[in-house]
Design a protein around this ligand. Structure first.
Ligand code: AGP
Length: 606
């Protein structure tokens, strides 16, 4: 939710903090702040709004070699300067990502000793640590005790005013990494923040406390024994977190889709052979039921693949929103596989849904983008999406990578369950070679979608309609439109419209009809025509084969046509133009495309 960073070393800490916070801004941008040491004193500056506002308030040329910083997504207390981090109580200064669930009762006790300035849960955690440090006179003991008392999720980077050459770090559920290089060390929410300096890092575990100095990092377990950490290496470069000449990360990441597909194909099925999939993914023949769980776009990827698993692998699939699955009665089955989908691998609801499924001894498979993230590490098995760093809050390449991985899994299951022969499975796989090329062609035609966007961007309501797998695609296309343009867009099962919602259709209401399934195309087309009859402006999104049936029937105002391929590929080709359409609509509305209001890239609180 929030982004935190800490630095100690020979570089100008304030500059390091500001540039790292900018790479973390996709995690939250309600306010930001920094605490830095100069002349053996702590200085704290906090500002409401984006990191650039904080940067503009750090003009004077001050050299500091130790600092912590924070960019906020407000949970407790309004997005203002008082509630911004860092918070300082007594000798303790800290920044926090997560939610302290028992902060109200802790505050009741601590109010006897401390006066609280903000509405935040974080300031309470700061006071608790300060209180325990005064009690124990030992920072490590105080932090271990605090971990036993604090309930909820947290990643904390801490400075104590009586030890201004050292940072401390603890975490539970919220992600936190550590890194050390020649005479400098980092604490960060994720690799994007420090990729400019190093791609080597340690993962701080729940039961650990880190002491971070310029000449190195010492990690203790909660018995305060020093432990050896395994170094991880991020297989990417700092350009992953750069815009590479594009105006927005979202556009850069849509253009990454071509290489993402090549990456997935070359890694998991280089010769388009189903046995390669079995070698890389494992054997799924024993499963008779699949439950797919995710949030937002990850949930939508599950909805698309439900159609494909059921249609082609003959396996019944339940798709669940993680926030609902967590608290509902479930009916676990012996040979049930639970698939957790997440780009960040840190989404709190999905992480807890995973733990619930494991609690019922269900096999769990994570389809995850961020390497070594919590859901990846806690799932029984994991398949990485290989989409690289995704910075824009609105997911594009990672969603499509999830859909492609699920497609490959469905083909593998269909083969293992003898629904498809090896030849049939490999025929479907061999069509994959067209995917990067066709996607490139779509991206090269981006100005066509810009022209359509120009016609609809002023509207405040619109509908995406389709049936079956097309309805699942509408869910994602509509979310993309909503989250970056703030247009009230709704995805609707085409056949359901006439049971009420069609009353919202009026003159010029944009209706985007997705039609790829041949056997029910005419049904969807008649539903689209029902909206046309009420004055809707129609954008038809279909395949070139189906379009042949309607090119002389002008019920549509605009059309987006994609190449006809198999059912495994078409969903991917349909979504990219609609991602571009949303991008241009938001662009013409002048919205903050990479950092939409009220959103954050990784939702680490429930
Ligand atoms: C999608 O564009 C949104 N950012 C959001 O719906 C996202 O898909 C959801 O929060 C799940 O995130 P995850 O894939 O990182 O778990």
């Amino acid at each position: 939710m929030c982004g935190i960073i800490g630095y100690v070393g020979n570089k100008r800490a304030r500059e390091v903090i500001i540039s790292s916070l900018k790479s973390l801004e996709y995690r939250g941008y309600d306010s930001s702040g920094i605490a830095y040491v100069v002349d053996n004193k702590i200085n704290i500056i906090k500002k409401e709004g984006k990191v650039s506002i904080l940067e503009n308030n750090l003009k004077e040329d001050i050299v500091s070699n130790l600092a912590i910083g924070h960019t906020r997504w407000a949970t407790h207390g309004k997005p203002n300067e008082i509630n911004a981090h860092p918070h300082m109580v007594g000798k303790t200064i800290l920044v926090h990502n997560g939610i302290i669930e028992n902060y109200v009762e802790l505050k009741k006790t601590l109010e006897k000793k401390y006066v609280f300035k903000s509405e935040t849960d974080t300031e309470v955690a700061c006071a608790l640590i300060d209180y325990l440090y005064n009690e124990t006179k030992d920072k490590l003991k105080a932090l271990v005790k605090a971990k036993q008392i604090i309930k909820g999720s947290y990643a904390l980077a801490i400075i104590f005013s009586d030890e201004l050459d050292t940072l401390y770090a603890i975490r539970k559920d919220s992600p936190l990494i550590l890194a050390e290089k020649d005479n400098e060390s980092f604490i960060a929410s994720d690799i994007a923040a420090i990729l400019k300096y190093t791609n080597e890092y340690y993962l701080l575990e729940h039961d650990e406390v880190a002491m971070v100095k310029k000449d190195g990092i010492i990690v203790y377990n909660d018995k305060l024994k020093v432990i050896q950490k395994v170094k991880n290496v991020y297989n990417g470069t700092s350009s992953d977190v750069m815009k590479n000449g594009y105006k927005h990360f979202m556009m850069k990441e849509m253009h990454d889709e071509v290489d993402v597909y090549k990456n997935i194909i070359n890694t998991y099925v280089p010769n388009y052979d189903v046995f390669e999939l079995e070698k890389n993914f494992g054997n799924f023949s024993k499963y008779t039921k699949i439950t797919i769980i995710g949030c937002g776009s990850a949930y939508h990827a599950g909805l698309v693949s439900k159609n494909i698993f059921e249609e082609y692998a003959n396996i019944p699939v339940n798709v669940e929103m993680a926030s609902e699955y967590r608290y509902k009665k479930i009916f676990p089955e012996k040979n049930e596989l639970v698939i957790l989908i997440s780009q960040s691998g840190e989404t709190a609801d999905t992480l807890e849904a995973l733990r619930k499924a494991k609690g019922y001894n269900l096999d769990t498979l994570g389809i995850i983008n961020v390497h070594s993230s919590s859901i990846a590490r806690e799932s029984k098995n994991v398949i990485y999406c290989l989409a690289g760093c995704e910075i824009a809050v609105a997911t594009t390449k990672a969603y499509l990578a999830q859909v492609l991985i699920l497609d490959l899994l469905a083909i593998l299951c269909a083969f293992e369950k003898k629904v498809l022969t090896k030849e049939e499975a490999n025929n479907y796989l061999s069509e994959l070679k067209n995917l990067p090329r066709e996607t490139k062609k779509i991206l090269d035609k981006q100005n066509e979608y810009e022209i359509i966007a120009k016609k609809i961007y002023k509207r405040n309501n619109m509908f995406f309609i389709g049936r079956n797998i097309d309805y699942a695609l509408c869910m994602e296309a509509s979310l993309k439109m909503k989250e970056i343009s703030y247009i009230h867009s709704e995805a609707y099962a085409a056949g359901e419209l006439k049971h009420g919602t069609i009353s919202l259709i009026e003159e010029n209401t944009p209706v985007i009809g997705i039609v790829t399934r041949e056997d029910i195309a005419s049904k969807t087309i008649s539903n689209i025509k029902e909206t046309k009859a009420r004055g809707a402006k129609i954008l038809l999104v279909t395949t070139e084969k189906l379009f042949k049936n309607y090119q002389n029937d002008p019920f549509y105002d605009d059309v987006i046509i994609v190449k006809k391929y198999n059912v495994f590929l078409e969903p991917l080709l349909i979504i990219t133009p609609l991602q571009l359409l949303s991008y241009y609509v938001a662009l013409y509305r002048g919205e903050a495309i990479d950092e939409p209001r009220n959103l954050a890239k990784s939702v680490t609180v429930e």
